[in-house]
Each structure stands twice: as C-alpha cells, then as structure tokens.
Design a protein. Structure first.
Length: 632
C-alpha cells in the first residue's frame, strides 16, 4: 500500500510529525540538510535516535541565501577536509546575525545540541555525492504488528529543509512494504560515510563548531567594539575596481579619500540601490560619481543644472569613458522619454547633481524624477544634505528606497520615523515663531532632531569636510605626498568704513528695506500673493490634484519674499548702479501685477516660468483664457 504526498492538502512535515510518536529510531538520507528542516520536527524527536546521512553540502553566500554545490567535485579532497567544510557551514549559519531571533529556533537549537551531546543525534556525509531521499522510521514494538510491519519509508523529492517539507512543488510517497530494502541501502551508505558528528567525535564538533559560534557567549567589550567598527566601516568588495587615474590614463589623480568613497559607494548602491555623496564643495563629488559610472558599466542618465551641463557632457562623460546622456534639471520629462523609448526601460544608473533642488516631493519635477529613478540605481550629489527639513531629506531618500520595504537598518519603519520627525520639526518651528520656547531648549531640540536624521542616513551617505581630510592621518599624508593642500577659510574680519555725510542716508535706506520688525520695511507682497487670499476654500479646491497644498505654497512664497529683501540689501551694499537696476526690475514686476489687478480684477499666482502680460490675454480674451487665469 502506498500513499502520495504532494504538499497540496497536507505538508510532508505534518505527515512526519504524525509518524514520529510511534517510532523509536529514525534514519534520514537526504541531499541537503538545513537547520530549517530540523526546526519542523524537533518537538517530536526528543527521545528518539536520529541518524542523518547527507549526500551533498551547503554554504551561506553573501546574500544570506543558501546555495548548493557538490562538495566532492574535487577528487583530491580528503575526508578530513569534507568534515571541516561541513563544520564551517554550521558555524556560518549559526553565526548569522538573525539566526537566534526567534524563540522557536533557540529551542530547536538547544535540542539539537543536547541530542548531539548525548549521542542520540549523529550526522554523516556520504563518501560520494548522493541526491537520494529516504526517510526511514523504525516502529516501536507496540506499533510493529508483531514484527510484520517493522517500519515506514518515505521517498521522493523532499530534502530535510523548510522548502522540502512545506514546499508546494514536491512529490513523495509513503511505503510500508519496502522499509527493509530502504534500511539496507541506508546501512550500506552509512558504513562508508564520513563522520561529521557521531558518538566518537563529539569533542571535535564541540571544539570546531560550538566553540566558534556566539550563542550564549560573553565576549570582552573591546571585541564588541572592534566588531562594530568592522561592521560599520569595513569596505568589502569582490569586484575589481578601477580608479580615476587608471580610467583617465593619468588625467586625474588617485586620492585616497576619493578611492575610499568610490569603493564604499559601490557597496552602498549594491545594498541600498542608491547613495548620497555629500562631500563639501570642492572635494570632487563629480569625479567620484564618474568613477562609479565607469565601474558599474551601465547606461547613465545625468540630471544636472544648466551651468554644469557642459562639464558633465563634454568633460566627465568623455574622459571617464561611460555611456551617458545629460539632461538639464528642467528636462526630466525628456530623460523619461529617452529611458522608455530609446533604452527600452532597461536598468540604468541615474546621477543627479545638486540633488537638494529636488527635495520638495509636491513639485512636478520631483514626481518625474521619482519615476525616472524607480527600478534603477541612483547616485545623488549634494553638498547640503542636512540643511533641509525632515520631509525634504525623506524625499531624497525615497528616490532610491521604497519606504515600506526600506533596506536601511538604522530604522524599523522609515515612513513612520520621518512622520515623527516632520511633526517634531513643525512643532519646533511653531514655538520658535510664537516665541513660546526657551532658546536653550530650542537649540537642544534642533540638535537632537539633526542627530536623528544623521543616524538614519548613516548607511547611505558619504560625507567628508576639509577638516575631516586634515584630521584623518591617512588622507592628510596621501594628499601631502601627491602635492595637494586644501585652503581652509579663516573667520571673517570685521572692518568698518567711514561714510561721512552718506552715513545717515545709508542707515535710513537700510531701515526702509529691512527693519527689525518683519511686518515693516520691504514686505514683498508681490512675491507672496497666496498669503492675502480671501476665499481660502476656493483656492484649496483650485489646486487639488496639482501636487501642491496651500501651506507649502504659502511657505515657498514667504521664503521668496525674504530672499528678495536680502537680495535688495546685497545689491544696495554692492553699488549704487546695482541697487538702481534691481529696484527698476522689482518696480517693473510689481507694475505687471498691478496691471493684472486693474485690467482683469485678478492677481496671478504663477508657479513657474515667465508671467504673461495681461494685455496679451486681453487681446485674445475668452472663457478659456479667464479659466486659465483662475488656475493661478
């Protein structure tokens, strides 16, 4: 009589656990033995003798996956080497950082260890590669039907692994009459097999496996410290990396701090799909990104501001020899078209220079850039990663991270943590505006928020300053050896000039522009019309589905007004002619807004681009035109 098991209606693990109570000795011949398989049956085997004969072997790869190989493909491998390799496999698995994260696994491991120590669990490796699967259960006397049915045999496709015992694509059969034949095969293979752990070599197993795993061991604090340093700062890579001097045939130097950044960035991209390179201005972020592009050997789309377009297109792309197309920050839609229609959506590398300009996720440009980055590798270049609001930082990270499935291990839930920090940021700003918080407490809260943001970003950011390069011996010595020396800016020196008769005029003019009271002086109403809207509800409805909100528009316009006031002060201090030209330009802009109000009885809130003349609209006035004005 036979019974087929397909793991469709009942798992093989459930069948095994039903047979185990009536069994006293267990003989398992399997191709692969993973601890996940032992976990499925450990509760039923505490008082039973178990022999496991493994036909192949296992090892952990760098992606924490199990990969299989035939351990005896090399004919000159000794039996001792086979055992040592198997011991190493055990050590690698048991030392995995999350192996003991569940109570079930800890309990299973303790039973595994107990059975090895008392000799009721023995493991051997077949002398030659063997992919067979036999599960033999010797019945207790009371279940053997007076010796007529000494045991049960299961054979088929399942290994002693979680996927084998619960996989959806396995076929096995239960046989009662073939038990003796199966046992004979097992005994013959067992007699010539290589000892992994048996009653005779428990001491070897203890010394080479148990003593080399971290479970229930208390290490010296210094060793923990060294391990943390290794985990956070070591740069491991199996690929052969080429550096700027080699790539450019000597046109660029190999500076140690740049080489470290290139290696680390490639490692971060491999793990997190993207990286922020945030060295301060002048340390060669573009050189680092170009070397990354060369080594990744992918097609590249570069998004750069207009003043850097030619530098990327005519210098870095050519000298560093990588296949790239450069688009301006206002042409991301063209980059998307190129990716879809020319490169057929293959995985590429996206380099975004001055990435901080895309920190506002409510803009059309950000949405297009987000679409461009999805499914691709991303390098963001910005010298000011921490000068932004928490939501701005989150927006940049989201260009290469899926918040709900983040690979950043400094936080459990990326979205939740940033929501907390955004809330904290808004509360700090509100209390600062209302002046309801002590300055010391305010500074402490701001510093704490900044530290939290830095901590989350640590695994995905490369950030060095000139001071860092000077303080780190290996970098300082390397630059000195190659003849490089960075100039450090000294603190400004206050110099006062005597203005004579102009002093009074100078002071009164400055006070007209910028007083200590924010609601006086140059208010800049022309630059913040959203702050004077009467029917706010109607305005909210008009911007629905336009990737904006009233608050963000209001904040942006208030910031613009403050910027224009600072610009006016700067131009005033520059020269009379510069101040006069800026005033004329501002007056012309204000007259245009006034003309809109007088001729159309409306004030435009224009999001981007050149404001059209009201006369042009009046020349072709119709309902559509009025409607278009109402959109702003």
């Amino acid at each position: 009589m036979a019974k087929l098991i397909t793991n469709q209606t009942e798992f093989l693990s459930e069948i095994l656990n039903k047979i185990l109570p009536s069994s006293q000795n267990l003989l398992f011949l399997v191709g692969y033995f993973y601890f996940s398989g032992f976990e499925e049956i450990y509760q039923q085997i505490g008082d039973k003798n178990l022999k496991i004969l493994v036909g192949l072997n296992i090892e952990k790869d760098l992606s924490n996956n199990i990969k299989e190989y035939y351990v005896l493909q090399e004919l000159d491998q000794s039996r001792l080497d086979v055992r040592k390799n198997y011991y190493k496999s055990f050590v690698d698995i048991f030392n995995d950082t999350d192996f003991f994260d569940s109570a079930k696994r800890i309990e299973a491991f303790e039973i595994f260890l107990k059975k090895i120590n008392d000799g009721t669990l023995e493991i051997k490796k077949t002398a030659h590669p063997n992919h067979s699967k036999l599960y033999l259960f010797e019945h207790k006397d009371e279940y053997s039907q007076m010796g007529l049915q000494p045991g049960t045999m299961i054979t088929g496709s399942s290994n002693l692994t979680l996927s084998g015992l619960k996989g959806q694509h396995e076929i096995n059969v239960i046989l009662y009459d073939e038990y003796e034949k199966g046992k004979k095969i097992f005994d013959e293979l067992w007699s010539t097999a290589i000892d992994i752990v048996t009653k005779d070599n428990i001491l070897n197993f203890t010394e080479e496996v148990i003593e080399n795993i971290w479970y229930e061991k208390l290490y010296k604090p210094y060793l923990f410290y060294v391990r943390v340093l290794t985990e956070y700062f070591s740069i491991e890579t199996e690929q052969e990396i080429k550096f700027p001097s080699q790539i450019t045939k000597g046109k660029f130097f190999n500076l140690k701090y740049q080489l470290d950044a290139i290696k680390k960035a490639l490692m971060i991209i491999d793990e997190h799909n993207g990286v922020l390179i945030s060295d301060v201005v002048g340390l060669g972020k573009s050189i680092i990104a170009s070397a990354i592009a060369y080594n990744m050997r992918k097609k590249v789309i570069i998004i750069a501001p207009p003043h850097l377009h030619d530098q990327w297109d005519k210098e870095y792309r050519t000298i560093f020899d990588f296949n790239a197309v450069v688009f301006g920050t206002g042409s991301i839609h063209k980059a998307l078209d190129h990716l879809h229609n020319v490169w057929n959506d293959e995985e590429i590398l996206i380099i975004v220079d001055e990435a901080h300009k895309f920190r506002n996720e409510d803009t059309d440009d950000y949405l297009k850039l987000h679409q461009l980055c999805q499914g691709n590798k991303v390098v963001l270049l910005t010298a000011t990663p921490f000068n932004n609001r928490p939501q701005d930082v989150f927006s940049m990270i989201s260009l290469f991270q899926i918040p709900s499935r983040s690979t950043i291990r400094t936080v459990d839930n990326l979205s939740y943590k940033f929501r907390e920090m955004v809330k904290e940021y808004k509360d700090i700003n509100k209390k600062r505006r209302d002046k309801t918080i002590d300055e010391k407490i305010l500074k402490k809260r701001v510093d704490n928020l900044a530290k939290r943001i830095r901590f989350i970003m640590e695994p995905i950011i490369i950030r060095r300053s000139r001071i860092d390069l000077d303080k780190i011996d290996v970098y300082r010595k390397d630059m000195k050896k190659q003849g490089f020396k960075y100039i450090f800016a000294e603190s400004p020196i206050l110099k006062e000039y005597y203005l004579g008769d102009l002093a009074t005029l100078y002071k009164s003019t400055l006070e007209l522009i910028a007083t200590e009271e924010e609601d006086k002086g140059f208010i800049g109403a022309r630059y913040k019309p959203a702050n004077y809207i009467i029917d706010l509800d109607k305005f909210k409805k008009s911007i629905t589905n336009k990737h904006a909100d009233v608050e963000s528009i209001g904040v942006a316009q208030r910031n613009l007004a403050k910027f224009m006031r600072r610009l006016l002060v700067g131009r005033f201090e520059s020269s009379v002619n510069a101040f006069k030209k800026t005033l004329e330009s501002m007056i012309k802009s204000m007259e245009s807004i006034k003309s809109f109000h007088n001729k159309l009885n409306r004030v435009p809130i224009y999001k981007k681009g050149k404001l059209p003349s009201p006369n042009e609209i009046l020349d072709d006035i119709n309902d559509d035109a009025i409607s278009s004005i109402e959109d702003y």
